[in-house]
Ligand binder design. Structure first.
Ligand SMILES: [Zn+2]
Length: 255
């Protein structure tokens, strides 16, 4: 195979791949603000980086990334693009439908956009399994990194915090300007609802309102949740390599 990227192959090469394998990786991210120091494409770049390296190490084909997510709460900052969840469900279902008709039967969807992406991806995956007789798995970095996140001293998941920014510093150092980052620590009080490794993760997640985000932006000058100043490429490397190992395990399960 000349490439693991579906878009770089000819249809004849895909036909040859399907003689030996029926697995496929689909990276799904977002185009949304990630503070004044990291790019709008952060979630998509990271999903793509995991898919690309996982694909190279396993030989499994990777589809073009889904660059858009459901990001209504981030529209407060320019450049953010939010697609309605129902449209995303239909789009992912159509990707499954197209590829399954050609013989792909096992899919790993890699989530770069955290908990916000999960509900609609679950609905698309369930429907595809029922109607197309395929197998789908959702690979979410937060669920796959519970121990390593604590070992690395990462705080709670927030937004543009030390977890994703460390991974960006490892994978795409030229796209981050850490000198512009400012910590906005979580309050540490009350209920919390984003991070599966935190015991205070109690109430189920609902994206913030635009008004609430506007207030944060006015108060702090940015819309960051967490401590990006604590990010480092070294932590990002350990974290990223852990996720790649977990992704290869998941691909093995599908063999
Ligand atoms: Zn992000």
């Amino acid at each position: 195979m000349s490439s693991i990227h579906l878009q770089e192959l000819t249809w004849a090469e895909v036909e040859a791949y399907l003689q030996q394998d029926d697995r496929c990786l689909i990276p799904v991210g977002s185009t949304e603000q990630h503070g004044r120091f990291a790019p709008l494409g952060t979630d998509s770049y990271l999903a793509q980086a995991l898919a690309e390296e996982g694909g190279r190490k396993s030989g499994v084909l990777v589809t073009p990334p889904v660059w858009f997510g459901w990001s209504p709460h981030h529209l407060v900052c320019p450049g953010t693009i939010s697609i309605r969840a129902e449209i995303l469900i239909e789009m992912l279902f159509d990707v499954f439908k197209s590829l399954s008709a050609h013989g792909f039967k096992k899919f790993v969807v890699i989530n770069g956009h955290r908990i916000v992406n999960i509900p609609w991806m679950q609905i698309a995956c369930q429907r595809a399994q029922e109607e197309l007789q395929i197998r789908t798995l959702l690979f979410d970095p937060a669920y796959m990194s519970k121990e390593i996140g604590t070992q690395l001293g990462f705080g709670e998941i927030g937004h543009a915090e030390e977890i994703e920014i460390s991974q960006m510093l490892h994978c795409f150092p030229d796209l981050v300007d850490l000198s512009l980052a400012k910590d906005h620590p979580h309050s540490g009080q009350g209920h919390y609802h984003i991070d599966p490794r935190n015991p205070r993760d109690t109430l189920c997640y609902v994206p913030s309102t635009l008004a609430a985000q506007q207030e944060i932006l006015q108060k702090t000058g940015d819309t960051v949740g967490g401590n990006p100043e604590q990010a480092s490429a070294a932590k990002g490397k350990t974290y990223h390599e852990h996720l790649i190992r977990r992704l290869l395990e998941v691909l093995d399960v599908l063999q």
